[in-house]
Design a protein around this ligand. Structure first.
Ligand code: IVH
Length: 588
């Protein structure tokens, strides 16, 4: 039996690791100034996981290993907010903003008034409470009086401290906005499209959808962020909103570094106009600026209406929409054969980027929106990211516009298109369709899959044109000499680099290989689950529908698709060849 001394040493090492990890994650997420590399961080976490596995009695509630809990089987319980979560009155123009300043000055009989200006995050309002400095509960706003208990999902938000940096006795409630960054929003939608799930319309919907999942693993995989902007009864000596923000930062909460204290209404107004221009450079979507009277005693004096405080206002940016002309609509063929109508438009700048294409998702969408070739259309970027056609400008039509429908044959290989009844997606059923083969190969080498540097669409096209390869596995027999011949303008160095990159990809983890195979409905998250559950390719290939379907998070649609993939003789052969080439077939 381990001696008392040894046990104490392990316990204090665990405590030390927890403190280090918490400190580093605060530096990384809240302060945006990491001091150690990601892999050094991972090493600390692994050591803690190891200790806790060997000594379960040492696991604490605020351990960084405890962020992701068990799925809940029931709906979210109601939470009654101690004080109402109010919403804000809007100002849609600078004139409306001026009117707000005027009302505040009149009511307070003051003209020298400081304002705190905070970017208005386009996310989900949350109320989070702590007891004796430890994370206790997280809730949605709901109708302002009663929200939903989403404690387990909020807990997965990594920038959120599970233990406050200073001891606070009793209960403490903070409020803020949980959000999804533009980058993560893009990634989430890409993998939803991979899995043939409808993409989220904007980051707010993505955040809301993630927080309303019964399984916290899903919320954890969505990488939410949070900024706090209000604190319940705190130290008692905060006299101002700016002081509260400072206090939140001291307690270890992420506070938006873009917040400012404006010395007067003019400075506040200037901040609004400046941010309106700059907003597209931000890593997250904002839809305006929240302006708050800084002094809390003045806030109290101003009071509130039934719905919103009179000491604050949301200055809303006008939505960034533009008009342009649809020059053409074509059906693009993806790696699973799905045909996606895409509009080609006269280039136009929206939200800081020149846009000339927008996906229309599927044929029904084109008809529902009634978008015709030649139409003048209103466009915007969903979540400041993904270009989308909002609607045609019907009044601008002159009769020359042409309705569009999906071709009967695949535009790439001529095979008759299939659209099973009840399905939105039309498909080219020919697995050997050159465009599908091309897309599958590009996908295999892509960042999220085998991550083969230098294996972009142009090179893949040249390699396929040579006729040297029939399937994914054949890339592992490409030689430097042969690449130099078949890829025009490929110098010896570039060819050698590519061969080295292909060689290196053999070491990628099993989930990357599974994802790289491009099985329908299997996005990167699903691939991870499959790799974890089955441990190797052989076991996965041998699993039948029932076994697959019984895995948590794997529904019948995915189970059927995976089973069908591994039944197919040609796929079995590709996997056998990958195995012979030395590609990873087992989870580590
Ligand atoms: S203050 C009583 N500050 O906007 C004041 N709200 O319509 C309560 N929001 O539900 C809100 N960023 O979800 C405040 N810096 C910010 C905000 C913010 C986003 C959201 C919040 C609220 C809504 C108000």
């Amino acid at each position: 039996m381990a001696s008392e001394n040894q046990r104490n040493a392990v316990a204090s090492r665990a405590a030390e690791l927890r403190e280090k990890i918490n400190d580093h994650s605060r530096r990384y997420y809240a302060l945006d100034s990491p001091e150690i590399s990601d892999s050094e961080y991972d090493t600390l976490v692994r050591e803690l996981i190891q200790i806790e596995a060997e000594h379960p009695e040492l696991v604490t509630r605020d351990s960084p290993t405890q962020r992701v809990g068990e799925p809940s089987l029931t709906a979210f319980a109601p939470v009654v907010h101690e004080t109402r979560m109010m919403s804000l009155a809007n100002a849609d123009s600078l004139e409306a903003l001026d009117a707000f300043f005027g009302r505040v000055e009149k009511e307070l009989e003051e003209t020298e008034i400081e304002y705190v200006c905070e970017p208005k995050m386009d996310g989900v309002a949350v109320a989070i409470s702590y007891k004796d400095g430890l994370y206790l509960q997280g809730a949605t706003r709901g109708d302002g009086r009663v929200g939903e208990d989403i404690t387990e999902n909020i807990k997965t938000i990594r920038p959120l401290p599970l233990r406050l940096r200073e001891p606070v006795q009793g209960k403490l409630e903070v409020r803020g906005e949980a959000y999804i960054s533009k980058d993560h929003f893009r990634q989430i939608n890409e993998s939803r499209i991979d899995e043939e799930e409808p993409p989220f319309a904007n980051p707010r919907n993505a955040a809301a959808g993630s927080l309303r999942q019964l399984d916290p693993h899903v919320a954890a995989s969505r990488r939410l962020g949070v900024f706090l902007f209000a604190i319940g009864v705190s130290s008692g000596d905060d006299q101002t909103q700016w002081g509260s923000l400072g206090r939140l930062g001291d307690l270890g909460f992420p506070v938006n570094p873009r917040n400012i204290l404006a010395k007067d209404r003019q400075e506040a107004g200037e901040f609004c106009t400046a941010l309106q221009e700059d907003r597209f450079q931000l890593p997250y979507q904002i839809d305006g600026v929240v302006i708050k009277v800084n002094r809390l005693d003045w806030q109290a004096k101003l009071g509130a209406t039934a719905k919103s405080p009179k000491w604050a206002i949301a200055y809303k940016f006008p939505p960034e929409e533009r008009t342009t002309t649809v020059l053409d609509i074509f059906a693009g063929v993806g790696r699973t054969g799905a045909l996606t109508p895409t509009a080609v438009m006269e280039p136009v700048e929206v939200a800081g980027v020149t846009v000339s294409r927008a996906t229309l998702h599927n044929e029904d969408e084109v008809h529902r929106k009634d978008i015709r070739v030649g139409d003048r259309v209103l466009i915007r970027r969903a979540g400041d990211v993904i270009p989308e056609i909002v609607k045609p400008i019907v009044e601008a039509r002159n009769g020359s516009e042409k309705r569009w429908s999906l071709p009967a044959q695949c535009p790439e290989c001529g095979t008759a298109i299939l659209r099973p009844s009840g399905e939105a997606v039309a498909r080219c059923p020919n697995m050997a369709c050159p465009k599908q083969v091309f897309e599958r190969l590009v996908h295999f080498g892509s960042r999220g899959a085998m991550d083969i540097e230098g294996f972009g669409p142009a090179v893949v096209g040249d390699i396929l044109d040579s006729g040297d390869i029939d399937d994914l596995a054949d890339i592992y027999s490409l030689t430097v000499e042969r690449l130099e011949e078949i890829v025009p303008h490929f110098a010896a160095k570039a060819a050698a680099n590519l061969v080295a990159a292909i060689e290196k990809s053999k070491e990628r983890a099993l989930e990357k290989v599974i994802f790289g195979l491009g099985i329908r409905h299997v996005g990167s998250r699903t691939a991870e689950i499959l790799a974890q559950e089955f441990g190797d390719m052989e076991a996965l290939g041998a699993a039948d529908f029932e076994q697959l379907n019984s895995v948590e998070e794997i529904g019948p649609k995915i189970a059927e698709s995976v089973a069908a993939f591994f039944r197919q003789e040609s796929n079995k052969q590709v996997i056998a060849k990958l195995r012979v080439a030395g590609v990873t077939m087992t989870a580590r």
